[in-house]
Design a protein around this ligand. Structure first.
Ligand code: PLP
Length: 425
């Protein structure tokens, strides 16, 4: 659907002039001795400061929960009702459908995979000893892929479209009984920022799968992480799967890592009655209960869904200018040249840049020469291998606006230079 990117679209004279200019600009920038990091999608210190007030909570002698439990003690496996109500509202599910865990949703995903391997999902046989594959929308999140890789689960790439994964491909692939799972980041997907269309979600909920114990790993990591005033509501994945006769199809995951504190937030599992019972049965052998003081801290601080949205608006004020700086730098150098295209995300943590095939690794190398660290080329593909070598993921949230702008100008220059090199200039 997109236009071809090619250096041959330019006249030889234009190319020669650009080559001289880009090489001179590169030499100038290399001499400036930059030291910039655009690798990981981490919140900046200023974003973490937004949750400073939370660190004083729940405060001395404030440990009694809504239902009169002592939050300091053992127990409360599913999480406090006030926390499940608040984050259920965020996820668009009922409090009963939510389990509140410790600080990392990646750990919750890991546990689900391990339990599925060793014991099977609810009503299913253990996956271990079977040929197991997961569908992986590409570009996607490297840690999702790494989790599967670590357990010998095969990764099957599926192309992303502007509406989510290519559903014709997905429907074809789930006719294979080895396909037991699929990674989905339905809102502001990592890294291309795509939000799945309603039609895509309906097809995912309704499609027949050869494996009766197939699960969507529905990672709503960026559901409230808007970069504009628009706030799309969460997809009703539990309602849609239930209506289609597949009530247990979706495991929902999320966390407050990029709402409150990346290292000290809360992570959530959500699902059908059957999946929550399955999850609690497994997790009840793993722990006597979660950190409920952190749950009180979060509910006292964020209060309600409006409180979450207000808090996320404060994040947006800090990071939207950084995204804008990257887009401006890319457009200034590369706009209209036909050498690269990039996403304009409305939420999430990344900008994805697609460049000439076979040049992404070279761009990373050129950027390193300028003192700019980028995520390795290929990171957004299964096994870290992008056969097109054309995609880079930029993470603008952590550095200052000035640093992000300088890094993006350098990256745009490297993309330009790599294209000119490929043309023999
Ligand atoms: N899921 C996605 C899609 C992410 O991008 C990230 C972090 O970048 C995570 C999960 C990690 O979440 P957590 O901090 O809850 O483990």
């Amino acid at each position: 659907d997109a236009e071809t990117l090619a250096v041959t679209l330019l006249s030889p004279e234009a190319l020669a002039a650009q080559g001289a200019e880009a090489r001179a600009a590169y030499a100038r920038l290399a001499a400036a001795g930059l030291k910039l990091d655009m690798t990981r999608g981490k919140p900046s210190p200023e974003q973490l400061d937004l949750a400073d007030g939370m660190l004083a909570l729940p405060g001395n002698r404030d440990f009694v929960t809504e239902t009169g439990e002592d939050a300091r003690n053992y127990g409360g496996l599913q999480g406090l009702v006030e926390a499940r109500r608040l984050f259920g509202a965020m996820l668009g599910v009922s409090p009963e459908a939510v389990v509140v865990n410790e600080n990392s949703s990646l750990a919750v995903m890991h546990d689900c995979i391990v339990w599925a391997l060793l014991k099977g999902v609810a009503g299913g046989k253990p996956w271990v000893g079977q040929d197991v594959a997961f569908l992986c929308p590409v570009p996607g999140y490297d840690r999702h892929f790494g989790l599967c890789e670590g357990f010998g689960i095969r990764l099957i790439p599926v192309p992303m479209t502007g509406e989510g994964p290519d559903m014709d491909a997905v429907e074809r692939l789930v006719a294979d009984p080895a396909v037991k799972g699929m990674w989905c980041v339905p809102v502001y997907s990592n890294p291309d920022g795509v939000t799945y269309s309603d039609a895509t979600v309906r097809r995912l909920a309704a499609m027949p799968t050869a494996a009766p114990d197939f699960r969507l790993f529905w990672d709503n990591a960026y559901g409230v992480h808007h970069l504009t005033e628009n706030r799309p509501a969460p997809h009703d994945i539990l309602g849609l799967t239930a209506a289609a006769g597949h009530p247990d199809r979706a495991f929902i995951f999320a966390s407050t890592s990029k709402i409150t504190l990346a290292g000290a937030g809360l992570a959530f599992f959500a699902g059908s009655k059957g999946n929550v019972a399955w999850y609690l049965e497994q997790v009840g052998r793993r722990t006597i209960g979660p950190d409920k003081l952190n749950q009180l801290r979060h509910t006292r601080f964020l209060r309600d869904l409006d409180g979450i949205h207000r808090h996320m608006a404060a994040h947006r004020r800090l990071i939207a200018p950084k995204f804008a700086a990257v887009l401006e730098a890319l457009d200034t150098r590369l706009g209209g040249l036909g050498l690269a295209r990039w996403t304009t995300p409305e939420g999430g943590y990344f900008i994805t840049v697609e460049m000439l095939q076979g040049s992404a690794k070279r761009v990373v190398e050129l950027a390193r020469g300028l003192g700019i660290a980028l995520t390795p080329a290929g990171a957004t593909s299964p096994h870290g291998r992008d056969p097109t070598d054309a995609v880079l993921r930029l993470a603008p949230t952590y550095p200052s606006v000035e640093d992000v702008r300088a890094a993006a100008e350098g990256i745009a220059l490297c993309i330009h230079l790599a294209a000119l090199e490929a043309a023999g200039l």
